[in-house]
Design a protein around this ligand. Structure first.
Ligand SMILES: [Zn+2]
Length: 103
């Protein structure tokens, strides 16, 4: 077993898991729920981790992840040219919808 990806963004890591599932790469998540405690801040920040079952799948898994546009990255508004953070689906400036991400 090997860890192939980690992120503090649980939506992003679930997205990556779905991609590996689509590639028929056996994988699972660790630490997924540790940071969602009710008001309790863990003493050490623990990020969710994406692991694969078979080491032989490592290269394919890393390639899939590396070639995926990161859902958490910033994007540029086509209407006004302002940059918005990846978690927003509309421009902060003019409320234009986020453009489709290119593969
Ligand atoms: Zn805009």
């Amino acid at each position: 077993m090997k860890m192939v990806f980690t992120s503090q963004d649980s939506l992003l890591i679930n997205h990556m898991k779905n991609l590996l599932d689509n590639d028929r790469i056996a994988c699972f998540l660790k630490n997924q729920f540790l940071t969602s405690g009710a008001g309790e801040i863990p003493p050490v920040e623990v990020w969710p981790e994406l692991w694969i079952e078979e080491d032989a799948d490592y290269d394919a898994a890393v390639k899939t992840i590396a070639t995926t546009p990161k859902a958490g990255s910033s994007w540029r508004c086509l209407q006004c040219g302002e940059w918005s953070e990846g978690q927003f689906s509309q421009c902060w400036n003019c409320s234009t919808d986020r453009p489709e991400q290119k593969e």
